[in-house]
Design a binder for this molecule. Structure first.
Ligand code: AMP
Length: 407
């Protein structure tokens, strides 16, 4: 393996990791889960594709990271890239310095579930690998190019100026990778107008013009937008006061319901947040599952149509994420609600596309439609390398300037 970057994504009770080299096939990756409990374990893939399963009872984040890093240290990663959900107003990936860490901490009220977990991971890797350059790559950064009319809410201005209440958008790494890769395959690298639909447990849509995000479905938090596994997406904001007045619920209970008990799970009457289970149940006549799928696809199509307003023209649409990459059924149903803009799905190409592979699925007569498997880890590694290379270059320039001054 040549140059490699270790990508870390720390959640509240899990850590995803990937050692990314130049060749995607060489990737070593895994997930440490159930951290803090007796069932804590690491599951993944070792070098050469061999499966890995390791029990690490009661391991916390630091212990799990220590185990992961021990197993990977002989590959000599050159840098560590951390996925960080909320970067506040930071517009690009940044080398981790005390100032940047403080800015991640300051964005915590905007991502109370995610940023504290990332900080635990950052703290642990900084202590374990003090000599390695470490970079934070933000989900929000790609969307910092949104124009003011796309990121403002129609609420009193002081909430924006004094309390940062605005739309930020998330899944930026995925939307950036997929639109870049897709437009390259379409022969118009980073040019033109594209819509992306990242459909997984968390889902969002994005409009991209000439390689830059101009609008996206998620907002202040990753709750806004389309239907997700357990998240409601858009609801009438008055739902809060309605539930408070009629059921006596407080904001925390409502927030939990909207984040953890809604979406596909809520619509299917607690059957599942997993699209595969819902498709199977629907085929067997389960009406709740059928409704959940219909609402998911309809609202997705509606969001894509709305985001088209951000684009001077539509060159095409990219599907990605676990659902977008793997379910021809969901893609077809979504496109059935979107007969506008000249979109023409090829049923045959859609059905014949091998799961998890790149491919074009339109008839060739309207805007293009593609399936592009996302590669967030690859993108984080690339951005990490870019930041580290820039830092090295800057340090070299500063050193030669200092040498000249001394001479
Ligand atoms: P992600 O969060 O990107 O890993 O995506 C997880 C979602 O992808 C879950 O809802 C899975 O049910 C869904 N998914 C994975 N494979 C398929 C498939 N073949 N058909 C439908 N949904 C799928």
């Amino acid at each position: 393996m040549s140059t490699s970057v270790l990508v870390i994504n720390c959640g509240s009770s899990s850590i995803k990791y990937a050692l990314v080299s130049e060749r995607r096939e060489d990737r070593i990756f895994g997930l440490a889960e159930n951290l803090g409990s007796a069932e804590a374990r690491i599951k993944g893939v070792s070098a050469g594709g061999a499966p890995l399963e390791l029990s690490i009872p009661h391991a916390d984040h630091e212990k799990a990271l220590e185990t992961i890093l021990e197993r990977l240290s002989h590959y000599n990663p050159q840098a560590i890239g951390h996925r960080v959900v909320h970067g506040g107003t930071l517009t690009k990936a940044e080398l981790l310095t005390p100032e940047i860490i403080e800015r991640i901490r300051a964005a915590t009220p905007l991502a109370p579930l995610h940023n504290p977990a990332h900080l635990v991971g950052i703290d642990a890797t900084m202590r374990l690998f003090p000599e390695l350059p470490q970079v934070a790559v933000f989900d929000t950064a790609f969307h910092q190019t949104m124009p003011a009319h796309a990121y403002h809410y129609a609420v009193p201005k002081f909430l924006y100026t004094e309390y940062n209440v605005r739309r930020y958008g998330f899944h930026g790494t995925s939307h950036a990778y997929v639109s870049e890769r897709g437009s390259e395959l379409a022969g118009s690298f980073k040019q033109g107008g594209w819509l992306t639909a990242h459909l997984g447990n968390g889902s969002s849509t994005c409009a991209i013009w000439n390689g830059q995000s101009v609008d996206t479905s998620m907002g202040l938090t990753p709750l806004e937008g389309i239907v997700m596994g357990t998240r409601s997406g858009d609801v009438d904001p008055s739902l809060h006061s309605y539930l408070a007045a009629n059921l006596g619920w407080d904001v925390y209970k409502i927030d939990k319901m909207l984040n953890k008990e809604s979406g596909l799970l809520g619509l299917s009457n607690n059957l599942s947040n997993d699209m595969r289970t819902l498709i199977e149940a629907s085929e067997q006549g389960n009406e709740d599952a059928t409704l959940a799928i219909e609402v998911f696809c309809y609202r997705l199509a509606k969001s894509l149509a709305a985001l088209s307003c951000g684009l001077p023209r539509i060159d095409g649409l990219f599907f990605t994420g676990g659902i977008g990459e793997n379910s021809a059924y969901i893609r077809e149903k979504t496109m059935s609600y979107l007969p506008h803009f000249g979109f023409n799905l090829s049923k045959e190409q859609n059905n014949n596309l091998k799961r998890g592979t790149e491919g074009r699925i339109d008839t060739g007569t309207g805007p293009q439609i593609w399936v592009i498997p996302t590669d967030e880890e690859g993108r984080i590694a690339k951005e990490t390398e870019h930041v580290v290379d820039n830092e090295v270059n800057q340090a070299t320039v500063k050193k030669s300037e200092a040498d000249v001054a001394v001479a």
